[in-house]
Design a protein around this ligand. Sequence first.
Ligand SMILES: Nc1ncnc2c1ncn2[C@@H]1O[C@H](COP(=O)(O)OP(=O)(O)OP(=O)(O)O)[C@@H](O)[C@H]1O
Length: 366
Amino acid sequence: MSTHALSLQRLHKRFGDTVALDGIDLTLPRGQVLALLGPSGCGKTTLLRCIAGLAEVDDGDIHLDGQCVAAPGRQLSPDDRRLGMVFQDYALWPHMSVYQNVAFPLEMQGVKANARRPQVEWALSLVGLIDFAERSPGALSGGQQQRVALARAIVAKPRLLLMDEPLSNLDKGLRENLALEIRSLIEELNLTAVFVTHDQHEAFALADRVAVLQRGRLQQIDSPEALFHTPATPEIADFVDAGTLLEGRLEAEGLVIADTCLPLAAACGHRGEVSVLLPRRALRLCAPDAGQLRGHLSGRLFQGEHLSLQLTLADGATLKLHASHAPERGCQAGVDIDISALRAWRDGAHLLDLVPGASVTASAIA
Ligand SMILES: Nc1ncnc2c1ncn2[C@@H]1O[C@H](COP(=O)(O)OP(=O)(O)OP(=O)(O)O)[C@@H](O)[C@H]1O
């Protein structure tokens, strides 16, 4: 039997001329949570719908626990896939009580009323809503309604939990709390889950692994930490807000960014235009004349644990960095760069080795 709860091979899906999924391959081990992350229109909802059985694949196949549930000419119905689903807009039945909503999947499976009760009570207790069983969904807050949807999704002990933007209708504080609750529920029940989001914070908070989709293709699949610290392309770096992206140039003398040459400790084979990622952790605020780059503080946001800063350089480029102290907005400041933490690509996709660990001093280009 397959060790993977979910396995997708060469998945293709078109809508007329639009290629929604363009050859997706991925596997998900049992007990893991996978986020499908990407910009609007990248294909993440289509992928979730194909897994759920709500859309048919054109090519490729989908296996759940080693069982083929979708392939050209083979399409197991959603009910036969034994999945739990949570939708962005909760999708609760307004004319049914909370209890009846949660009991519904069991009823569909033909579980007798007296056998349903302990399972429904178990699911409602898990989401902290046992005292709300007789209420109608309309008499609950958004967060409570999403918990009911979660209880309904897990009540029949699905082999895979699918969630479509489960937190996006909730306000920030509630989103964080519910993310923590969902995460601990998933761990407690050892569930395998796939969820769709366009918000990297939601993906990072809930997932063990994050799959980034762009234009129907899987661009990178990694842990949240690896995705954030080692994005595979500038586009992904930009999407997960991994720092500042600048256009630069590799020359014999070193890496040129914002008219400043950062000498590399050893030569990098490539010469020419590059995209450079400067993660916040690579930039340290210092006195105006002490760093390799200098500019004025154009943004300064107090965020509790740190200040979130923007430093605009003479050429108009703006660096994003964090600091614990900073002068007021408008003041001049310098930035010290840890070149070993930078990433650079040529042609927008080919990662270059910038010689990690180099310690640099900068020289201005005339
Ligand atoms: N039923 C449909 N008919 C025609 N085109 C569709 C259909 N469903 C999706 N598409 C197209 O397929 C592509 C992928 O859509 P999909 O909804 O999967 O993207 P998404 O990443 O979930 O976007 P969003 O975050 O905006 O929901 C888009 O170009 C979309 O317009």
